[in-house]
Ligand binder design. Sequence first.
Ligand code: ADP
Length: 610
Amino acid sequence: MFKALAEPFRQPFPEIELQNGAGGGRKPKAKAKNAAGTIRRIWGYLARRKAKLILVLLMVVASSGLSLLGPYMIGMAVDHYLTGTSGHWGLFLTGLGLVYVMYALTSWLQNIWMIEISQETIYRMRTGLFAHLHKLPISFYGKRQQGEVMSRVTNDIENVSSTLNSSAIEIFSSVLTLVGTLVVMLYLSPVLTLLTFLVVPLMIAGMRWITRRTGPLYKQRQNNLGELNGYIEETLSGQRIIKAFSQEPRVIRGFEERNEAIRRSGFWAQTISGFIPKLMNSLNNLSFAVVAGIGGILAVRGAVTVGIIIVFVEYARQFTRPLNDLANQWNTMLSAIAGAERVFEVLDEDVEAKDEGAAVKLDHVDGNVQFSRVSFGYEENGDTLSDISFEAKPGEMVALVGPTGAGKTTLIQLLSRFYDPSSGTITIDGRDITTIQRESLRSHMAFVLQDSFLFQGTIRENIRFGRLDATDEEVEEASRLANAHAFIMRMDGGYDKILQTGGGGISQGQKQLLAIARAILADPAILVLDEATSSIDTITEIKIQEGLQRLMHGRTSFVIAHRLNTIRQADKILVLREGRLIEDGPHDELMARQGFYSRLYQGRLEQEDS
Ligand code: ADP
């Protein structure tokens, strides 16, 4: 890399076409699809601060005007001096000073007011986006990569923010200044105006030449950056696997490739746009020479005054600034629009279907669960579950068994309404669950999954997640019942020990004990357990079993079972195979039937399932 930096011009010019092969299709779209629509929507956010926006625009108009007035006054003063008609130098200087002070003041005001507006706008956009993300159905997350969604909340919003802060105003004020300069120049001397603007076509051509090359490069850089973000997220969250398979060198190489792509596109984008000021400067000097030279001749002939030439020289110097700004801000603005579009794309995703108007809140649930002819498929790839019917009576323990991919998890997801069946009905205590408010339904259920999620926070907070208004005593009581109390007390800090996200630092078995405590605290009528397949030491295993027994007592429980012991205890076993319920009943009955279950049970259950 350092070698490459030392020889920058040997670098291959990056191909504009993205070499995105390794990215696995998660390249962010950098190109705005509907710029006008997006701008209208951004305006929708801005419009709430209309009064302040009008003030900002007034300030922009004022500062643009004042920036024209200064040179004009100087020119006129010189003329008055030369013709000997001016006797009010003090007055003139005070006036000039006032103009520059006012210019500074109006620029400053437009700046801080715009920052206030844009920060508030972005604040609202960000809050809206985050809240929306939490209303989206699980299926949204099933389709997307986490890092990519995150980059919309962070990078893309930031992009919009910086543009609103500066670019929008700068572009507006540039256009105003350009038009204003032109008008005053034409009024003073059409001939000199023509001469000054002789270089403009050259400038525009040069600028277009440059931005046409830098535009795609900036876009490419943005894509490369998105890809790198996705890669970082993926490799950091997959650390354990990467280490376990000693893939660090390969991962680092993958990173280097992506990093190199960013460096290359960044290098060329910046190198080429670095020419803009140089080019402007040279053309500016050219224009200066022309105006000064030909203006001098004209002045000698008396066609124009010296003052006017001074005004022109000053204006000629001044009007390249807005041109420059326009060129610089244009790309930023385009990428911000693309960013806003990515944000709106998420905002347009349908939220989890609203509870029906008549949906009720259940205060009490006995726990009778019934599936009647339930079918369901993820998207179009056929039915994952077909025609499932069964009943679980209050307090019963139902074991779900079957090979991997049979549909056990899917069945549970339907019960908790992460997805709704495509046909058939699921009832709880005889009530169709689609007529129960989601929140209420889920409040009567608790989950103990193989890998229960732990948040960054104390052990106490993590358990209390089961029921937020639980007292410290209740948290401890639940932990005792779950057999978690003893190990918690052995830890540094006990209940106040801080856990890391995902529960780094405590064992798999301990995580399960915490999840059981959390579920006991929640005290739900219906329970969902996903038995761990990973091996846990015998003592912890016994503790977990004990905790689970206490947890399941008196509740309707669905257990995705992997252990023969658990299965044998179940009141009812549902045997799933390729999305169909092929056998159901208690263990003895199923064994007597000598069907799929008895074959599974006789030794193959574990192998087929894990
Ligand atoms: P089990 O829990 O019995 O192992 P699952 O219910 O997880 O089985 O999966 C059943 C089938 O549905 C599998 O073929 C799986 O590939 C598919 N499936 C699971 N989740 C999704 C999803 N989010 N999108 C599409 N297909 C899925």
